[in-house]
Design a protein around this ligand. Structure first.
Ligand code: DGY
Length: 322
């Protein structure tokens, strides 16, 4: 039987490349080469494996008439037009669960770094200031007494909540609906949660429904001790409003692992000494990225061998039609 043709979009980990190469005919295409994809090849493609944040949009999907499945590397799949795939019966898969604990670790690390200015304190030591100027100044921020509002209490949000509880924080959450399996206070509006909390943990996915929802009003409601941490998607925060809120003291600080236009980071944020900025490393350990890569590949293998995806996204709960 002929091996299915798989389009590999963007750079992927060796574990994905090797696993797929042993089962399929794989065609590697850089994200800049998609526009000039050979029509003969496009007509044969049955599956797409896409690296994190590589766009799989409606025009590309429409150029692949035999496409059955898009396997996204990453839990967030805002770069894949899942609604368009659903309308055409194409299954989309992502890589949930295997990264939850890693991202939660990063989130708590980022929160601690931000509240206690740990990166600035380290820079102070390395610059010789401990010797030259004396002890690092006492920090305005602390975790003590903080109320943490989690925007997006999914699997990662819950892993963060468990850790934050151990740090003595009071947990609140906002999302589309109240969850029966948690006792944390639920807030039907984001603004209401921000009023009740001083620390906002953004874990929400990207996309049109969350774009810019952390706006100037939400930031003002957090108050002058407010800290914003973002490990979800940069687009969820209105970045200019965040810069303004940090600059005029509307909130205390921010710790950001994700940005609206990665890898570009606003210079105004880079220039702010107390803000902590990470280059989207939430899940970026070899251990976890390999697990994500294996799951990405397993979705394609399972689809073509058993007709079932392993981890389809909510919009496309499909089985293979044979
Ligand atoms: C994800 O899985 O969505 C992470 O942000 C890594 O891209």
């Amino acid at each position: 039987m002929a091996l299915a043709d798989i389009l590999m979009l963007g750079r992927m980990l060796p574990v994905v490349e090797e696993t797929l190469a042993s089962r399929f005919t794989v065609h590697k295409v850089g994200r800049d080469e998609v526009a000039s994809l050979d029509p003969g090849l496009a007509a044969r493609i049955a599956g797409v494996a896409c690296g994190a944040h590589v766009p799989v949009d409606a025009p590309l999907i429409d150029r692949l008439p035999k496409l059955e499945i898009v396997a996204n590397f990453g839990v967030g799949y805002d770069s894949v037009d899942a609604a368009h795939c659903a309308s055409k019966g194409i299954c989309v898969t992502n890589t949930p669960d295997v990264l939850s604990e890693e991202v939660a670790d990063t989130a708590l690390g980022l929160l601690l770094m931000t509240a206690r200015e740990l990166s600035a304190a380290e820079r102070y030591l390395r610059a010789g200031n401990w010797v030259g100027k004396g002890p690092y100044p006492l920090t305005a921020g602390t975790l003590r007494g903080r109320k943490l509002g989690i925007l997006g209490l999914g699997r990662i949000g819950k892993a963060i909540a468990r850790r934050a509880e151990a740090f003595g924080m009071e947990i609140h959450y906002h999302g589309r609906s109240r969850q029966a399996d948690v006792a944390y206070p639920y807030h039907p509006t984001l603004a209401g949660m921000a009023e009740a909390c001083d620390t906002l943990m953004v874990v929400a996915p990207g996309g049109a429904s969350t774009r810019g929802i952390v706006d100037a009003g939400v930031l003002k409601a957090l108050g002058p001790q407010g800290i914003v941490i973002n490990v979800g998607r940069g687009t969820v925060i209105d970045e200019p409003a965040l810069v303004a809120a940090l600059a005029d003291g509307t909130i205390l600080s921010a710790g950001l692992d994700v940005f609206a236009e990665e890898p570009k980071v606003p210079q105004a944020l880079i220039d702010m000494e107390r803000v902590v900025l990470l280059p989207h490393v939430g899940s970026a350990s070899r251990h976890t990225r390999d697990a994500m890569g294996r799951l990405c590949a397993e979705n394609l293998i399972s689809w073509f061998e058993t007709g079932q995806p392993v981890t389809p996204v909510a919009e496309t709960p499909f089985e293979r039609k044979v």
